[in-house]
Design a protein around this ligand. Sequence first.
Ligand SMILES: [Zn+2]
Ligand SMILES: [Zn+2]
Length: 348
Amino acid sequence: MKALVKTAKGPGNIEVREVAKPAIPSEDWVLIEVKAAGICGTDLHIWHDQFPYWPPVVLGHEFSGKVVEAGSRVKNFQIGDRVVAEPHSLACGMCELCRQGRVQLCPDKRSPGWGIDGGFAKYVAMPETLLHRIPEGMSWEIAALAEPMAITVHHVTERCGIACQDFVVVTGAGPIGILAAFVAKAAGAGKVVITGMSACEYVRFDAAKALGADVIVNVEKEDPLKKVMELTKGRGADVVIETSGAQRAISQSIAMLKKCGKLCAIGLGANETPNIPWNQAVLKSLDIICCMSSGYTACDKALSLMANTDKDLSALITHKTPIDDWEHVFHELEAERGIKALFIPDPQ
Ligand SMILES: [Zn+2]
Ligand SMILES: [Zn+2]
């Protein structure tokens, strides 16, 4: 089968290759025929050698598909079932984090797409424990959004606990920022402000609006801190969800929060050690909540939210291509001329 492979360590080193159809490594795994697979910022980081990976490895950790083979110990899924999978393969099940249900943080975890072969191919193997059924009537394309949706559901609701009518600011209008705005609104936020740079005017701000953001701030044209203070009459935001990783946005997040507000950080910063107004955060008694990946409960909630929303999530999907177009699509995403791009495997 054709697959998009990171062939060796170093920047670049990605190509479409003919690889063997995967075999299930153990009787509690299934083989999934991939129907749609989303490209994530992580894939771009692996392209540029900025994220850990074990080459040669088939990329892709966000996918939907159909079970086509099930090991003899698989209990709850059958051939033909429509599924998505949490990307926490090889988590040990034994460590303190695994036993607490935080398998996403297990040090042994090797996710599809960087630790084991992933979903940018016709088939991918996954353990049964990580599967979730796609709700009836949901398209393969929308279902492929389940993993980033689960991340935002976990961070925004389970970790950060958005409350009824909270004033929420999302910094950064990339796919995770837009999804965070959508989830915050669905979780009961009163007003959601989303910020981004001029590049977001190409397609990202429109999608953010379509999915529920109330106020768009282009930080190259308007001061987001001033805007938030105006809108809250000097009180500040209840919650800031930081998804940009930008130094300026991180320090402004602290300035625009109310006393006892919450800063919810999703994703890595552009600098290893950003300058932040630490004393201001202390004097305001802020909660700073850092989040990484998502877990089982968030995945189910994400699928349920996606099935029940009246918003059109296809506003997020800007590209649908076969994997042969990977280079063009990766460049498009990097230039912020897209939001979520999906690989649709060749039907042959
Ligand atoms: Zn992802
Ligand atoms: Zn573990």
